[in-house]
Design a protein around this ligand. Structure first.
Ligand code: ATP
Ligand code: MG
Length: 318
């Protein structure tokens, strides 16, 4: 659950890195884009040492940052049960009806896996517009690893939602990383700046493309898995600290032993399965038809038997 929201904190009382770090350390952190205590508190000691800080400094900084952001606060089971989460509607009617949160819930990591043409990118565009239109987020960060981001589609979806198309294209910040290192830097160092400016939604389309391209072959599989897990772990830290929602589009791969049956599973293996909070599979049975359905591969409180049907149009899914 997000602890420190910008709007709750009040800027005057906010602690700053200045209070806990000397000028040299501060300069190094600033160069990296670490400018808030909340952001600093997301790091672990080893990561700060890798960034060039001494071990002692790193330990001290992390401890202080955690203290100043209130530490890890417990809640009773009753408090957890009564907790209210911010939700936005997707505009996909059956999704908003049948999913446990009746839409997309704050501080969750969602995965939408599916074959080419299933509608993943369309849904990704749509969620960015919907979240802005409904005031869930001030802006959305769209990380496009496949080069398929489409501003015209944003405009078309905005029109459908009776949102201001110009405002929507301004409020969606697009990154197009070409390597895993670039992707990691965006998530670790750039996202927090947008979060400070009110961003509560990040889209990654797709989460696995760069890893599959860079870590090739069986012998690199373990390394690939670790790096994917590392990235999603950073998204988890942002979710816990700031309430940010992540929406991950994902490719699918054939299951060799099921090849003939055409059964597929999301790429990225088990680490991804464990790291996301809600996992959906999207299928479009016929490329001749603009319709598909999704089901809950792993969604708390939702049966995999339930089908969420959708239609594909030029202004998104419904
Ligand atoms: N303007 C449009 N009007 C109607 N249908 C469209 C339009 N644009 C795209 N589509 C259809 O929507 C489908 C879904 O597209 P989308 O890009 O969301 O798929 P995807 O799941 O992201 O696929 P990929 O794995 O190739 O990225 C496309 O295959 C196309 O058939
Ligand atoms: Mg796509």
């Amino acid at each position: 659950m997000p602890r420190k929201r910008e709007e709750e904190k009040g800027d005057d009382s906010a602690n700053s890195i200045e209070d806990i770090a000397g000028p040299v350390t501060r300069k190094r952190l600033e160069e990296l884009g670490i400018t808030s205590i909340e952001h600093l508190a997301e790091f672990n000691v080893e990561e700060l040492v890798e960034l060039g800080l001494s071990y002692d400094t790193a330990v001290k900084l992390v401890q202080k940052a955690i203290e100043l952001t209130g530490g890890v606060r417990p809640a009773t089971a009753r408090e957890l049960a009564a907790r209210q989460y911010k939700v936005f509607k997707t505009g996909v009617a059956q999704f908003d009806e049948k999913t446990p949160w009746k839409g997309i819930r704050e501080a969750y990591i969602y995965e939408f896996a599916g074959e080419f043409g299933a509608g993943k990118s369309m849904l990704a565009h749509q969620l960015a517009v919907a979240a802005i239109k409904q005031g869930f987020t001030a802006k959305a960060v769209y990380i496009d690893t496949e080069g398929t981001f489409n501003p015209q589609l944003i405009q078309a979806i905005a029109k459908r939602f009776e949102a201001d198309g110009e405002k929507a294209v301004d409020a969606i910040v697009v990154y197009q990383p070409v390597s895993v290192v670039q992707l990691e830097r965006i998530v670790k160092y750039d996202l927090p700046r947008h979060i400070q400016e009110g961003c509560r939604l990040v889209v990654v389309d797709t989460i696995t493309a760069l890893y599959r391209a860079e870590f090739v072959g069986r012998e690199q599989l373990a390394a690939r898995q670790q790096r994917i897990h590392y990235l999603v772990d950073w998204l988890r830290r942002h979710a816990r600290t700031f309430g940010v929602v992540s929406v991950l589009a994902n490719q699918v791969m054939d299951i060799p032993e099921m090849f003939a049956a055409g059964i597929k599973r999301p790429a990225g293996g088990n680490v991804l399965a464990h790291a996301v909070n809600a996992r959906f599979m999207m299928v479009r049975p016929s490329k001749q038809k603009l319709e598909g359905y999704m089901w809950a591969l792993d969604v708390p409180g939702m049966s995999p038997e339930e089908r969420i049907e959708y239609k594909i149009g030029e202004d998104g899914l419904r």
